[in-house]
Write a protein that binds this ligand. Sequence first.
Ligand code: GDP
Ligand code: ZN
Length: 288
Amino acid sequence: MLKGVGGFYSVLVSPMVYQCRLRGRLRLDERRVLPGDRVVVSIDSSGQGIVEKILPRQTQLFRPSVANVDQAVIVQAVAEPPPNALLIDRLLVLAEHAGLEAVVVFNKADLGLDSEVSELIGVYRNAGYPVITTSAKTGKGLDDLKQVFAGRVSTLAGPSGVGKSSLINAILPGANLQTGAVSQRLGRGKHTTRHVELLQLAGGGLLADTPGFSQLVLPSDLEKARLQELFIEFRPFAGDCRFTGCLHFKEPDCAVREAVSRGEIAQRRYDNYLVLLEELLDNEQNRY
Ligand code: GDP
Ligand code: ZN
């Protein structure tokens, strides 16, 4: 399902898109069907479709609500605004927690990569994430970006001004989003009824037209012991800590901290892990 507006649902039955209504009993709760849902439809002889059944979801994002996203494409600019590593790490944690794969994109490469950006590219590649540099302005890296989107359902994430709308426009000439449009669509309080739409990309992928992870607070169902699993490069070491349940904070004989001191885990990833861990501990305290 690509989008639903006013009781009509656009359902992609590749390469066709059918306008569908919901079968009566599904209509009882229209909020139950989300863009990205895989559905069973029947098409009558006039080409009108009926959604008969909603299939189980693999993933679900909230605010905006989209089902079955399989990848978060985290966008930063190399400059204007400068990249924010803590925000990247936070978005990676949210993506991992939601069960999504993640890719990091540094846009505005035409402005030049300084040493900070080059270092960050190394940090995320070493952590295990694909990293690409793009320029919506010159077209650099757009073929790589198309490859990233091909055949999957993606959401963009990242702050406003980094070029998300410009990138969508550059790889999807029909989209014609106003620059700045993607981020302005984020509900700022009152725009809560906005409809998300999945855009069809030429390579066969689908892309949500509204960035994901508008809520940057770590979800309340995220346990502090689980945060470390969302820093994927910690995983090979965590089993070697002296204490089971080690949070890699101040515990003695911590294999994760040893890996940091050997340079096998990036210091700045570890530092941001501690920032997010502290946030979870604060949330926990405030709950009681
Ligand atoms: P969004 O808020 O993330 O959707 O960002 P926009 O697409 O609205 O872009 C914000 C500003 O950055 C606009 O003025 C764009 O023209 C500019 N911009 C976007 N991509 C690039 C790029 O690759 N290079 C440069 N130099 N500017 C860009
Ligand atoms: Zn440890």
